[in-house]
Write a protein that binds this ligand. Structure first.
Ligand SMILES: NC(=O)c1ccc[n+]([C@@H]2O[C@H](COP(=O)([O-])OP(=O)(O)OC[C@H]3O[C@@H](n4cnc5c(N)ncnc54)[C@H](O)[C@@H]3O)[C@@H](O)[C@H]2O)c1
Ligand SMILES: [Zn+2]
Ligand SMILES: [Zn+2]
Length: 368
């Protein structure tokens, strides 16, 4: 079968809309017709050359669609089901999977992070040569073939844009504040970076009723969205000393929880420096390969500070996608506020330009 997909051929070149061949699902795989895909900064890291990736590659890992074909042995989903895609297609057998941490699945790390399916190959090609699918998803294309465990059945009435965002930003951010480090009621929280992931972290934190949520960004538009998401205070990092302002707002000591949702050394260091004694900084943002941070171990011991990381919101996609969607339909989470421009696949390069400017909400590609 043939389809259109946005192909990344290497850093510094725009994605190219190309005609690709897609072969049917092998045993344990499903083919999905995409209905929507969000554009995440983790795609942008690859576009910018900040993370190495084999090419040609169909980017996109925040997707939703309808199952159109299932391979032998697939039991989780049927043709016609609506699904949101997970970029940790867990093996369900390794230590991490069986101990309830499928976001750390060994097989997902080995295969999805190499942009291949669990058998080490890809279902996409162009002129007979393999084309890879980012994180075993590749949602910037009309169809995707994914492992069964990467296609999570959801209700048919969920809007495609919302289902897509649950596939990455929402689960990552909400989960960081609910699963990785559950925020305590009445506590103080800072979220540095109010993009798709940071705004979701604000919403996830708010569900647990902290007293204070301080949002930090460079863009006034993002800070306005942060207030709508539940931030009680906002700081524009362009104008203000971030650590000093967080300490002042939180009464002098700093915050109990600080989430970094950008992926820069300097802002991770800010999150850590903004902690009150006993506080926890959570690295959600992902830095360009090789970037290191500098922290003071003396302060770490003397003030009992914790620095931790969060992958995919420490979530279990097969359960948490639908829990989060339930919180959205009950009104506890307003995921619509994350959605910015809705564009056709052909405009994908403009979405990255917009992301680089930092001022707009999450761009969502909608497929006809
Ligand atoms: N840990 C995970 O599992 C996981 C999952 C998805 C994404 N990520 C990472 O999370 C990060 C955020 O992703 P996103 O899609 O929300 O990105 P985004 O580009 O939508 O948002 C980043 C935000 O940070 C702001 N910003 C940039 N520099 C800043 C600074 N110096 N001070 C304050 N604000 C600043 C921007 O204005 C923007 O609003 C990326 O590094 C991405 O790769 C991690
Ligand atoms: Zn993502
Ligand atoms: Zn596993």
């Amino acid at each position: 079968m043939h389809m259109k997909g946005a192909v990344f051929n290497g850093p510094g070149t725009p994605l190219q809309i190309a005609e690709l061949s897609v072969s049917g699902p092998q045993p344990g795989e499903v083919m999905v017709r995409m209905t929507a895909s969000g554009v995440c900064h983790s795609d942008y890291h690859v576009v910018l050359g900040e993370w190495a990736a084999q090419t040609p590659l169909v980017l996109g890992h925040e997707g939703a669609g309808i199952v159109v074909e299932v391979g032998d042995g697939v039991t989780d989903v049927n043709v016609g089901d609506s699904v949101a895609l997970s970029w940790t297609p867990s093996c369900r057998r390794c230590l991490y999977c069986v101990s309830g941490r499928p976001q750390l699945c060994t097989s997902a790390v080995q295969n999805a992070y190499r942009n291949v399916l669990p058998d080490g190959t890809t279902r996409l090609s162009r002129g007979g040569d393999p084309v890879y699918s980012y994180l075993s998803v590749g949602s910037f294309a009309e169809y995707a073939v994914v492992p069964e465990s990467g296609a999570i059945k959801i209700a048919d009435d969920v809007s495609p844009a919302i289902a897509a965002l649950v596939g990455c930003a929402v689960t990552t951010g909400v989960g960081a504040a609910m699963n990785t480090v559950p925020v305590a009621p009445g506590s103080t929280v800072a979220v540095i970076g109010a993009g798709g992931v940071g705004l979701s972290a604000i919403m996830g934190a708010r569900l647990q009723s902290p007293a204070t949520i301080i949002a930090v960004d460079l863009s006034e538009e993002k800070l306005e969205l942060a207030r709508r998401a539940g931030a009680t205070h906002t700081i524009n990092a362009r104008e203000t000393d971030v650590v000093g302002a967080i300490k002042e707002i939180s009464g002098g000591d700093g915050v109990e929880y600080a989430f970094e949702a950008i992926g820069r050394a300097g802002t991770i260091e800010q999150a850590y420096a903004a902690l009150a004694p006993g506080g926890t900084a959570v690295v959600v943002g992902q830095v360009p390969s090789g970037v290191k941070i500098s922290i003071d171990p003396m302060a770490m011991s003397g003030r009992e500070l914790t620095l931790t990381g969060s992958n995919y919101g420490s979530s279990r996609p097969s359960v948490d996608f639908n829990r989060i969607l339930g919180l959205h339909s009950s009104g506890a989470l307003d995921l619509e506020l994350l959605v910015g421009d809705r564009i056709p696949l052909a405009d994908i390069n403009e979405a990255f330009t917009a992301m680089g400017s930092g001022a707009t909400g999450r761009t969502v590609i909608e497929f006809p």
